[in-house]
Design a protein. Structure first.
Ligand SMILES: [Zn+2]
Length: 429
């Protein structure tokens, strides 16, 4: 099933977008009901040819635990049609497998091209990738093939040292860089410490993955402001899930993530799986349209966010996704208050006294959960009371604060076994 591409659909009227999505949804449901062992029974009795997009919520939701448990049954193509495989951590103790066909890889490239195009990347750009392409990591392939299909050139520098990155940047003068914001900030600080003025250098755009850049009100986090000023570049947040391959990426107006409406349908649901009004917080649910190898319906990503609006100054008329506020399963209940690690991180990121940190959740008995925050402070223990007060004021609960030397904290945060910095350790049973 080749991909039907409507690259400018987001700029059409909501009626045109709705009708196109409805047609694509019917096509998607037909493929699933004909080929997916997992969904075949679940779609029985549904009149696919006359299915209305309004009735989307009549369709079943799927979450990560179902996907892990019935993993192979989600495959809707023969093994011969598989072109690429990826794995992600599952809920069964075994990695969850994803299969992609050639059409899915075409879709992956188109999806990411739409995201990069949305933040102003063109065929004149040279894109430096600081994410890995290997280890069955599908996002790396997306960040490579997206800009490539726009006609841009790509440097796959992967996980490397800051000294190596300095060398590559000086030698090649890239115009766009892709990476995890905390790494990009560390790299910027390192290069600046070598006496180089990055603001007058070539990089003008940074596409940030894996960590949010904004708070609930869409204001830049402190680390993000630092990132823009140190590099003299505009930063754009992008978000996607391996299961849905539907990217949400900011445009030049930096007001939340746009997606390509020919590739997905977005919903936000509450704890009872009901759709919530725009602006209200809930779990991100995506129906990825035009997926062939492992197609899904209404996939619950486990990520918590909200719809920040349904139009934009750039002219797009699709929902904008806010920053990821947390992971559903990472939510902590501390003396009755719901707290997400990302919320705590947002406070810590804003405090200049805090040089490095990580959080640890534990539960001593079945009734209460406990949050310990390990921090390295610029002036040590003397600033602990101030930091604790700030945390308490914002979170409305008082966590435990442990001050430690920066080297000790960094050893935990930059664990080479993980792709991203480890800032949350969950020891709850
Ligand atoms: Zn926009």
């Amino acid at each position: 099933m080749s991909i039907l591409k409507y690259p400018d659909l987001a700029f059409e009227s909501t009626e045109v977008i709705y009708k196109t999505q409805e047609d694509l949804l019917r096509r998607h449901l037909r493929h699933i009901s004909d080929n997916s062992p997992y969904y075949r029974d679940k779609l029985q009795g549904i009149d696919i040819d006359n299915f209305k997009l309004d009735c989307l919520t009549d369709l079943p939701l799927t979450d990560k635990s179902e996907f892990s448990e019935y993993n192979d049954q989600f495959q809707a193509v023969s093994d011969r049609a598989v072109a690429d495989m990826a794995f992600s951590s599952g809920t069964t103790g075994h990695p969850t497998k994803f299969v992609y066909t050639m059409n899915d890889l075409d879709r992956l490239a188109y999806n990411e091209a739409q995201a990069f195009r949305g933040c102003g990347v063109t065929d004149e750009d040279l894109v430096l990738l600081s994410c890995t392409m290997d280890r069955c990591f599908i996002a790396g392939l997306a960040y490579y093939s997206g800009p490539r299909s726009l006609g841009a050139a790509v440097i796959r520098n992967g996980h490397s040292t800051v000294a190596n990155y300095l060398e590559v940047i000086m030698r090649t003068s890239p115009t766009v860089m892709v990476g995890v914001p905390s790494f990009l900030l560390r790299l910027g600080q390192y290069i600046t410490s070598q006496g180089i003025d990055l603001a007058s250098h070539s990089i003008k755009r940074m596409v940030c993955i894996g960590e949010p850049l904004r708070d609930r009100e869409l204001r830049f986090l402190k680390s993000c402001q630092e990132l823009e000023s140190i590099w003299g570049a505009k930063v754009f947040s992008t978000y996607a899930a391996t299961e849905t391959i539907t990217a949400f990426c900011e445009c030049e107006h930096q007001m939340g993530g746009h997606f390509s409406p020919d590739l997905g349908i977005l919903e936000i649901v509450d704890d009872n799986d009901q759709n919530v009004p725009d602006g209200e917080i809930g779990e991100v649910v995506v129906t990825p349209l035009q997926m062939e190898g492992m197609p899904m319906i209404r996939y619950k990503t486990g990520d918590i966010s909200f719809i920040a609006g349904t139009s934009c100054s750039c002219g797009k008329n699709t929902a904008r996704l806010g920053p990821i506020i947390g992971r559903r399963k990472q939510m902590m209940k501390i003396r009755g208050t719901s707290i997400y690690p990302q919320g705590v991180q947002a406070v810590l990121n804003e405090l200049p006294q805090v040089k490095e940190y990580y959080l640890k959740a534990s539960n001593n008995d079945s009734f209460s959960e406990h949050l310990t925050i390990y921090v390295a402070l610029a002036e040590g223990q003397s600033q602990a009371d101030y930091v604790l007060q700030k945390l308490q004021a914002r979170l409305r609960v008082k966590p435990e604060l442990v001050v430690a030397p920066i080297e000790e904290i960094r050893k935990v945060v930059y664990n080479p076994e993980f792709r991203k910095p480890v800032r949350f350790i969950d020891e709850r049973k």
